[in-house]
Design a protein around this ligand. Structure first.
Ligand code: FRU
Length: 530
């Protein structure tokens, strides 16, 4: 994001520096707002009801996610003084189930080295850092210190990697005295977003960070002393890489372990702007090896960026869990929300499959979300040759929809689902067997034309229709749609801002019939106090 903001926001960086100097010191600690009238709490226009959003002001990437003593911690890029990006802090929230969240005071504040860009956190269970004790392991956050003053002076080494630790389970954070732990000796302008994983075979910590058009790997015995070991790039690729993540995954149904490298890419995502990609390969503690032609997209929609995973999920659970920032740098700062800006995606479980000798990640919303389901509306087999309203007692803007299409009996040229409101706005997903694609049309979902890029074109993803049936699951939450095809083989996340909430939804077919063998709608509960 940083290079883009320099290009596009010019004078803005001066304002940032001033507010950095005036408003963001440790002493000016922001209190969590607790005295709002409960019935109004989280009820503003466009406010998602079952997604994580900050109470107020600007949020981008998820950061420092770890699980410890029954709580999932979520930190996030946060600017507490405005609804647009500014000198970054780490906002903080925790949850027992990744669904209901409790806001906590800001975790990390800017300091004399710089403001706090993205990074990760690990529970140092063996106290390798010696910053805690064996009985009370420290939690170590790795992050980028970004120095605006150095940047303005064109020093080129204004991004450096630092650590902070917590010995009370993640509430209070102490910056390490010897920061930065990875200085920027090569003077790489884009040098950031360190994320750490334990590598059992070499008994070392591995840190991966983005260095402009590549990632760099470092190893350490203690999370403090880091040694560069290798880098990984695609030859000839000069896109900006950000927010990498590295972790091992079991291939479903086998004993094989592969390593997954997630990289968020700042431009040319499948439907424009920013998106999250991944590679599947091997990592021996020194280098990551994979066929770089195999770069894949974790999500085909426009609005899932900087997706990263939780550290320290118990072995007995064994899932790979994560979430992304539900926006796109093309328009994130100007979306029409007034009090806060941005939401996270639903928390998701990743699964690695080997299908016809091709490794693929499928992602589904975590099962914990089922706790939000209300009384379902169910429909049996239905043939649609035009449009069928899905009637029932549920809020269309706050529900989960699932329908199964009998592909063999479906003859329609185009079939899918359409959300409407009574002022003529709509959001539509449609499938074309002939084109082998799914289309997502939000061009009439959001009035105001606040961004040409937001409404530019109909988005799409490739779909394999060579099967008996296809199941579509969609979560609609005020200002977002998350679609999961066939248990997450394709996921597609889009944000949208209708002037009035969608209040009806229909299955649609054109140029033939769609045969749906069943459909279910679950109203979903709010996650915030009411
Ligand atoms: C990604 C990003 C990161 C950076 C952060 C700054 O969205 O640009 O690379 O650390 O945002 O807020």
């Amino acid at each position: 994001m940083w290079s883009m903001s320099c290009k596009n926001l010019g004078v803005f960086s001066l304002v940032l520096m001033l507010s950095f100097a005036i408003g963001c010191s440790e002493s000016a600690k922001q209190e969590v707002v607790t005295n709002l009238v409960d019935s109004d709490y989280y009820k503003e226009k466009h406010r998602p009801q079952f997604h994580f959003t900050p109470e107020a002001n600007w949020m981008n990437d998820p950061n420092g996610m770890f699980y410890y003593q029954g709580k999932y911690h979520l930190f996030y890029q946060y600017y507490p003084d405005s609804t647009v990006w500014g000198p970054m802090h780490w906002g903080h929230a925790q949850s027992k189930d990744m669904v209901h969240w409790e806001h906590l005071p800001i975790g990390l504040y800017p300091d004399s080295i710089g403001c706090i860009f993205s990074g990760g956190a690990v529970v140092d269970n063996k106290n390798t850092s010696k910053l805690g004790t064996a009985n009370n392991p420290p939690i170590i956050a790795t992050f980028t210190h970004h120095d605006f003053v150095g940047e303005k002076a064109k020093s080129n080494d204004f991004q450096k990697q630092s650590i902070a630790y917590s010995i009370d389970g993640g509430s209070e954070w102490i910056k390490y005295d010897g920061n930065p732990v990875i200085p920027n000796t090569e003077k790489i302008k884009d040098f950031r977003d360190p994320k750490v994983v334990w590598h059992e075979d070499t008994k070392s910590w591995i840190l991966v960070l983005a260095a402009y058009d590549r990632v760099k790997f470092y190893a350490s015995p203690n999370l403090i002393d880091w040694k560069f070991i290798s880098d990984f790039a695609i030859e000839g690729d000069n896109r900006l890489w950000e927010c990498p993540d590295l972790f091992p995954m079991k291939v479903e149904g086998t004993d094989e372990t592969k390593w997954v490298l997630i990289v968020s890419i700042q431009k040319e995502a499948p439907n424009g702007g920013t998106g999250t990609s991944y590679f599947v390969g091997d990592f021996d503690g020194k280098a990551f090896k994979c066929d770089i032609k195999d770069q894949k997209w974790l999500d085909w929609g426009t609005d899932n960026y900087a997706f990263v995973t939780w550290n320290n999920i118990p072995k007995a659970d064994g899932r790979i869990l994560g979430l992304g920032w539900m926006s796109n740098w093309q328009y994130a700062q100007i979306v029409p929300t007034e009090k806060w800006r941005s939401a996270m995606t639903l928390p998701r479980e990743l699964n690695l499959l080997n299908l016809n000798n091709e490794y693929q990640i499928h992602s589904v919303p975590v099962q914990e979300l089922k706790a939000l389901r209300g009384e379902p509306t169910r429909g049996k087999a239905v043939t649609i040759s035009d449009e069928k309203l899905l009637e029932g007692a549920y809020d269309v803007s706050q529900s989960e929809f699932e329908f199964t299409v009998d592909l063999k009996k479906t003859t329609a040229e185009s079939f899918g689902m359409k959300f409407h409101n009574d002022v003529g706005e709509y959001f539509q997903i449609s499938f074309s067997k002939e084109k082998g694609k799914m289309f997502v049309d939000r061009t009439h979902s959001t009035p105001g034309n606040f961004s040409a890029e937001f409404v530019a074109g109909i988005h799409s993803a490739p779909i394999n229709f060579d099967k008996e049936s296809m199941t579509v699951r969609l979560y609609m939450d005020a200002a977002s749609s998350e679609i999961f095809i066939d248990n997450g083989a394709v996921s597609f996340t889009s944000i949208l801002f209708p002037s009035k909430k969608f209040d009806s939804v229909s299955l649609i077919a054109q140029g033939g019939e769609m045969q749906s063998s069943s459909y279910t709608v679950y109203p979903l509960d709010d996650i915030w106090r009411q």
